[in-house]
Design a protein around this ligand. Structure first.
Ligand code: PEP
Ligand code: MG
Length: 362
């Protein structure tokens, strides 16, 4: 829990005077948010919500929310999860106060939520009052060979809009709850894995409808933004259209690299070391933004997105957001902020300042 104090703290103050890019942190707990703030993060650029669903007391409801064929049953499960989600977001807003917080809709590889043990299948069957065989068939139906290219991100929100509705409600209810303490609260809701404008449009319509219901029930409103990740090459290629429905873009360069290179982000490191030794390919794509591939897509999305929406906020929240040479590239692209894990925030701040100095020298 190192604090940036003393001479180093002073130096980092100078860094802030020089840098142009905002430096945010990726955080999905109040603890990480606090650590990011200690290191000087000026917001949360990515609050992933997947891990929130894995706690032991939530998993039975999470499984029903995914497995049940009945909307009524799924909504019942979501209503059990709603107060816990509201608390998750309230805790994060409390830590971040007036700083921007970008919360991403659920983006799991679905198989991680599916029960595997016979006992778990039986428990769900019992809790839903249906047969073991029915549950087993449904789980088989939901399993995928390539989950990272499958039923995740906004695709999940299209299949189960009630999940996006529950999360939007939890975010807005938490924001209304904290408004007396933080009058400028303005949550940002991010839709993952969008590849076509209609996906964003559909999910956004669902959320706006739910949010308006919350406003009517509470007799109170908060401002909010809705934007999207740019992490599927098709999203970058159609950014001009997507930007008409988005308040912000955030580049998910982990997936964007995976899909542009056709390298699995989970497996490629196993062979890249040997591969690089052959001098055919000489750097690590998941560490540094590849400027002629992924970077070219980013540049296109920035230019096309800004043309159709001049107010578009632009950020990056893939791991590259904490890599100095990628930060330099993002500075040159004119992004608004970079976001990375808390412990990379000081390096990203320094890199952002160095990028400005280098640019001036040029
Ligand atoms: C990304 O794809 O770059 C990203 C930030 O999302 P995740 O790593 O959660 O897929
Ligand atoms: Mg991603």
């Amino acid at each position: 829990k190192a604090e940036l104090s003393g001479k180093f703290g002073k130096f980092m103050e100078w860094v802030n005077e020089v840098k142009r890019l905002g430096v945010y942190t990726n955080a999905d707990t109040p603890r990480d948010a606090k650590q990011g703030r200690i290191f000087g993060a000026e917001g949360i650029g990515l609050c992933r919500t997947e891990h929130m669903f894995f706690s032991e007391n939530r998993i039975p409801a999470v499984r029903r929310m995914i497995i049940s064929r009945s909307l009524e049953e799924r909504v019942k499960a979501l209503n059990e999860l709603l107060p816990m989600q509201r608390e998750d977001f309230y805790g994060i807003f409390k830590e971040m106060r007036e700083y921007p917080v970008v919360i991403r809709l659920l983006d799991p590889p679905l198989h991680e939520f599916l029960p595997k043990e016979e006992k778990d299948l039986q428990d769900i069957a019992n809790s839903m009052g249906i047969s073991y065989e029915d549950i087993r068939d449904r789980v088989i139906e939901l399993e995928e060979f390539n989950p990272m290219l499958g039923h995740r991100g906004c695709r999940l929100a299209v299949s189960y809009p009630e999940i996006a509705r529950m999360q939007a409600r939890a975010i807005i209810e938490a924001a209304i709850e904290i408004k007396s303490e933080v009058p400028n609260i303005k949550p940002e809701i991010m839709v993952p894995l969008v590849g076509h404008i209609n996906e964003l449009k559909f999910v956004k319509e669902q959320m706006v409808d739910e949010i308006n219901k919350v406003f009517a029930e509470k007799g109170e409103k908060v401002e909010y933004l809705i934007g999207t990740m740019i992490e599927v090459p098709r999203a970058a290629l159609t950014a001009d259209q997507i930007a008409t429905e988005a308040d912000f873009f955030s580049f998910g360069t982990n997936d964007l690299t995976q899909m542009t290179f056709g390298f699995s982000r989970d497996d490629s490191s196993r062979f890249l070391a040997d591969y690089n030794n052959k001098k055919v390919f000489d750097f690590a794509p998941f560490e540094q933004v590849d400027q002629i591939g992924v970077g070219k897509l980013m540049k296109m999305a920035v230019e096309d997105g800004r043309k159709s929406n001049p107010d578009l906020i632009l950020g990056i929240c893939g791991e590259h957001g904490g890599d100095p040479s990628s930060v330099e590239f993002c500075n040159a692209l004119g992004l608004t902020y970079v976001s990375c894990s808390p412990y990379r925030v000081p390096i990203a701040r320094l890199a952002a300042a160095q990028a400005v100095i280098k640019q001036k020298q040029k």
